[in-house]
Design a protein around this ligand. Structure first.
Ligand code: 5GP
Length: 194
């Protein structure tokens, strides 16, 4: 029986429900949610050290030059990255660690962690994204418009990347969460029996 941790990646377009899904994985599986760094300014209600570590571009570059990132990417004109140390420490301790990252980051994780379990979350229909982005009230109208304009291309690019193990359509949120939890539990059992 091994006590190896399990690295989970969750990707999908803005407004698809990734954050809600990731929080459910924390609750239902005792998983740990990696807190990313970003150079984008905090949105309404976001807190440093809780939603993200908000870094200046200079600070981000400094960490990049020290090779501190497990993966990083530019998304919507800002840099986002996962610090390696907390993730590697938690994996060594046997934890399930969840990364909510974009497809470029996911590709880097796929190369480094063959056994990572990667989920792509898709909306049931394109219209649902706009609805959710407007309802959460975090971003300004122009930001939402930019994200919606990019969603189609992003989805196509993610599907073509072929780096995801499972594509989940978030039609019914509870159903989507159940499916992901089931897959993770199965994978965990398999890994423990290896
Ligand atoms: P948001 O600005 O809405 O919080 O995030 C924008 C995008 O950046 C989302 O697709 C999110 O998954 C992605 N993202 C957040 N953190 C990271 C990260 O650490 N690395 C990468 N590659 N993408 C991230």
């Amino acid at each position: 029986m091994s006590s190896q941790g399990l690295l989970i990646v969750v990707s999908g377009p803005s407004g698809v429900g990734k954050t809600t899904i990731c929080r459910a994985l924390v609750e239902r599986l005792g998983a740990e949610l990696s807190i990313s760094t970003t150079t984008r300014p905090p949105g309404q209600g976001e807190r440093d050290g809780q939603d993200y570590f908000f870094l200046s571009p200079q600070e981000f570059q400094k960490r990049l030059s020290r090779n501190e990132f497990l993966e990083y990417a530019e998304v919507f004109g800002h840099l986002y990255g996962t610090l390696a140390k907390p993730v590697l420490d938690s994996l060594s301790a046997g934890r399930i660690v969840v990364l909510e990252i974009d497809v470029n980051g996911a590709k880097q994780v796929r190369q480094r962690f063959e056994r990572a379990l990667m989920f792509l979350i898709l909306p049931p229909a394109p219209g649902t994204l706009g609805h959710r982005l407007n309802n959460r009230g975090r971003d300004a109208g122009a930001v939402i418009a930019e994200r919606l304009a990019k969603a189609d291309g992003e989805i196509r690019f993610a599907l073509e990347s072929k780096c995801y193990d499972h594509t989940i359509v978030n039609d019914d949120l509870e159903e989507a969460i159940d499916r992901i939890v089931t897959v993770i539990k199965q994978e965990r059992e398999k890994a423990q029996n290896d």
